[in-house]
Design a protein around this ligand. Structure first.
Ligand SMILES: *Cc1c(COP(=O)(O)O)cnc(C)c1O
Length: 395
């Protein structure tokens, strides 16, 4: 017997992340509708589903039109398999070849981005007597991972086609997919992304002529799904849009009605009336200019609510915006509620999300923090319980 007597429900007393799975279902259906009907729909659930919870997001996405999942590394794929998820899983990042066994046992597909790595994987696969399905990644201008396409190679280097043919012919390697990744598909100026697409299509063409046709050709992230239909090919890879966030401020259109999935909420746990001249929080960076009321909220930088929001951000209480006063602490943050009538201990505070006609979205927080909304949601730490609205029945 466990000793779970009187254990409080996670999230009852502190900040919690509410995850709206109906919004995930809505966003995936929307992406399915605008994606080329022939293309598979991979949903990126790396970084614990961009902070939303990879397992719940994966299950919901698969029930509403997703066919494949993408993760950054092996351990993230194992989490999904251990929860009984059987859809194809592509590992985008580096998988050390000594883990080839794990890939076979758990049916995970690694990405290969050099002939050297392919040779080691080939040797590992041969020891098991089986062929390992892999996707190869092509660098067409992102400058991160991949076999460089010819346009990016120093003169005199072997051609991309030569290297890829060598890789495809390695025993134990089953080349099932080939992909590239855009650096700027979330911008309104798509010339550079189009150049990347042209390089990729040109390489595919050369491979075909050399007798190598790969079953699954893919390129599009959320930005390209929304803006570059010609990049949909055999599969698209959706991340941020699944979580209800537009890829960037430049890619917002009224037809694309994405619904944000994550909200952050916490109760007011303490409230006090103070005179003018009261110092608030570490460092004494804020002093009340007049008599007011200060509410203490159980969220802090150890929850991923960044300290640089000190004296800058807002939270929503009773449908009003209350400014953060003083420094954000590890576990607690203070807001000034002097202008808001009838605030009481226990009131629900919305840290990110909607309350009545007010909203603070991940993009607003990102602007204050000089970053992007991807970082805001994926930086919410494991201490914050993810609370799921009821699962949505499959379509
Ligand atoms: C994360 C990721 C995606 C998804 O990108 P979004 O901009 O979130 O849609 C697609 N492909 C790869 C390789 C990724 O790492």
């Amino acid at each position: 017997m466990s000793a779970m007597v009187n254990e409080p429900a996670a999230g009852a007393d502190r900040v919690r992340a509410e995850i709206d799975l109906a919004a995930v279902a809505h966003n995936v259906r929307l992406l399915r509708r605008i994606t080329h009907p022939r293309a598979r729909l991979l949903v990126a659930v790396k970084a614990d589903g961009y902070g939303h919870g990879a397992v719940a997001v994966a299950r919901t996405a698969l029930a509403h039109g997703a066919t494949d999942l993408g993760v950054a590394h092996l351990a993230e794929g194992l989490v999904l398999r251990r929860q009984g998820i059987s859809a194809p899983i592509l590992i985008f990042g580096h998988t050390p070849p000594q883990w080839a066994d794990q890939m076979f046992t758990n049916n995970l597909t690694p990405t290969v981005f050099s002939t050297a790595a392919a040779r080691v994987l080939s040797a590992a696969a041969r020891r098991t007597g089986r062929r390992l399905p892999v996707h190869v990644k092509i660098d067409t201008g992102m400058g991160r991972l991949g076999f460089m396409c010819d346009a990016l190679r120093p003169t005199g280097s072997p051609s991309a086609v030569a290297e890829l043919l060598e890789t495809a012919r390695l025993p134990g390697i089953d080349l099932q997919g080939i992909f590239t990744h855009f650096a700027t598909a979330d911008q309104s100026d798509l010339r550079s992304a189009q150049r990347q697409l042209d390089r990729f299509l040109d390489l595919l063409d050369q491979l075909e002529r050399a007798g190598l046709s790969v079953a699954l050709k893919h390129a599009a992230n959320s930005g390209a799904i929304l803006q570059m239909p010609a990049a949909h090919l055999d599969m698209v890879r959706a991340g941020i849009a699944v979580y209800g966030l537009p890829p960037s401020r430049e890619v917002v259109s009224p037809e694309i009605d994405l619904q944000p999935v994550m909200s952050l909420k916490a109760p007011v746990i303490h409230l006090k009336t103070v005179p003018a001249g009261t110092s608030i929080s570490y460092g004494g960076t804020y002093t009340t200019p007049r008599a007011t009321r200060i509410a203490t909220i159980p969220v802090g930088y150890a929850d991923g609510y960044r300290r640089s929001l000190s004296n800058r951000g807002h939270m929503l209480v009773r449908g009003y915006r209350a400014p953060i006063v003083g420094r954000v602490c590890m576990d607690l943050t203070m807001i000034d509620v002097g202008e808001i009538p009838e605030v009481a201990v226990g009131d629900e505070v919305v840290i990110m999300g909607r309350q009545r006609d007010q909203a603070i979205d991940a993009g607003d927080l990102a602007d204050l923090l000089d970053t992007i909304h991807y970082e805001v949601v994926s930086a919410i730490t494991a201490r914050v319980p993810r609370c799921y609205a009821t699962a949505v029945p499959p379509d």
